[in-house]
Design a protein. Structure first.
Ligand SMILES: *[C@@H]1O[C@H](CO)[C@@H](O)[C@H](O)[C@H]1NC(C)=O
Ligand SMILES: *[C@@H]1O[C@H](CO)[C@@H](O)[C@H](O)[C@H]1NC(C)=O
Length: 377
């Protein structure tokens, strides 16, 4: 068992993730039944780690590794909860203001902000953005290069002018995107590295519904989602007769993708010239699956028994994998606990990690120059 776990760990580690991202989504809604008026979601590398809404009014952990934040900063969740509350108030005011800007008296309306930063861990390059939308349309966004807001609609012009003129606010916004956001992104990636930086290769199957259907190359169980898949003929990527599916999330945090090849015009003797290739971006190891009739899993004819057998085998393998993962998780958790206790006993303290992430707080919108209530900075 030990050898197996060791091999599994070796196999799952060691890929180069290049660009890391952190983003927050704020959604304020009015008159949407059974939905909180305000919802905040935080993601690191597309994995949700933070959640807060106007009903629970408390920031919540969404990943176990976020517990490491409180080891460095016990106040972290209190501070984040109060940021959530104050943001909620600003968003409520903004949504009411926007309804007036657009001459609306009631009904369902949604005001959203998405902001965050990306950090390239090879070049060190950092980019950031703030984007706002109203009822699903772009409302206003920040251009970090020119340090101005962009207003695609006339209703956003007054807000743009107010925010652009406020130099103190502008400096804070820039500081958040270029300093605070990437600093915290690096910390979060470090807290979650055993999970975020893992690479899990897919299991790839060839599937076909009927003898005349396209052959679907289906990869599932892989992580991260920075991946692509294609069909090749004689080693060259082909686009004709190929239908690409999107990368979709699985419930366990892994991903799946499919690419279909219409084989109706492929002669039987040419089948061996085709293969399906799965690639993680930035990682050289491709997973190549040859187009082979014997390997296609179908729902018809003799293959049915085969695929049932394969199902049985799959379930057996899945059970073994679950047991291995459970053991690995236990080992890792023990390791982490040991590490935290060790650190505490040694009184080790991080020099730069004690400050809570000072999250960006949006100002309210305005569409009426004369009403000071609506330009709270
Ligand atoms: C908003 O409503 C007022 C009064 O009903 C009307 O005079 C005005 O033209 C409307 N403005 C827009 C932008 O539709
Ligand atoms: C596959 O290609 C054939 C001929 O090239 C076409 O008639 C058929 O509609 C295609 N099937 C699909 C599912 O696109």
């Amino acid at each position: 068992m030990k050898v197996l776990i060791f091999l599994a760990l070796l196999g799952f580690q060691g890929a180069a993730a290049v660009t890391h991202s952190m983003k927050y989504f704020y959604t304020a809604s009015s008159q949407v039944p059974n939905f909180p008026e305000f919802v905040a979601v935080g993601m690191v590398d597309e994995v949700q780690m933070y959640y807060c809404n106007s009903k629970t009014r408390r920031a919540e952990i969404k990943q176990d590794w976020m517990n490491k934040v409180t080891a460095d900063d016990p106040q972290y969740w209190e501070t984040q909860s109060s940021v959530c509350l104050s943001t909620q108030h600003v968003f409520k005011v903004s949504t009411e203001t926007l309804k007036q800007c657009f001459n609306q008296t009631g009904g369902v309306h949604i005001y959203q902000e998405m902001y965050g930063c990306e950090w390239d861990d090879e070049t060190g390059e950092v980019t950031g953005y703030y984007q706002y939308s109203y009822d699903g349309e772009d409302f206003i966004s920040f251009d970090l290069k020119t340090e101005t807001f962009i207003a695609p609609t006339s209703q956003a012009l007054i807000t743009k002018n107010k925010w652009d003129r406020n130099k103190g606010y502008m400096a804070q916004q820039k500081n958040y995107l270029t300093q605070i956001c990437p600093d915290w992104l690096k910390k979060y990636v470090n807290y979650g590295k055993s999970s975020l930086l893992r690479t899990v290769p897919p299991s790839v199957s060839l599937l076909q519904k009927t003898p005349s259907s396209p052959v679907s190359c289906h990869a599932t169980g892989f992580y991260p989602d920075r991946a692509s898949m294609s069909w090749r003929k004689d080693g060259e990527e082909i686009h004709e007769d190929v239908d690409h599916g999107e990368i979709l999330p699985n419930h366990d945090g892994s991903f799946q993708i499919r690419v279909d090849l219409n084989i109706s015009s492929v002669k039987p003797e040419d089948w061996s010239r085709y293969d399906c290739v799965f690639q993680f971006s930035g990682v050289k190891k491709d997973v190549i699956t040859k187009l082979d009739k014997a390997e296609i899993r179908t729902n018809w004819g003799k293959n049915e028994i085969k695929s049932n057998e394969a199902m049985g085998m799959m379930i057996y393998i899945i059970i073994i994998i679950i047991i291995i993962i459970a053991v690995v998780v236990l080992l890792v958790l023990n390791g982490v606990n040991g590490f935290i206790i060790y650190r505490n006993e040694n009184g080790e303290k991080k020099t730069d990690g004690d400050q809570t992430e000072k999250r960006h707080i949006s100002p309210a919108n305005s569409c009426d120059e004369s009403n000071p209530m609506k330009s709270k900075h």
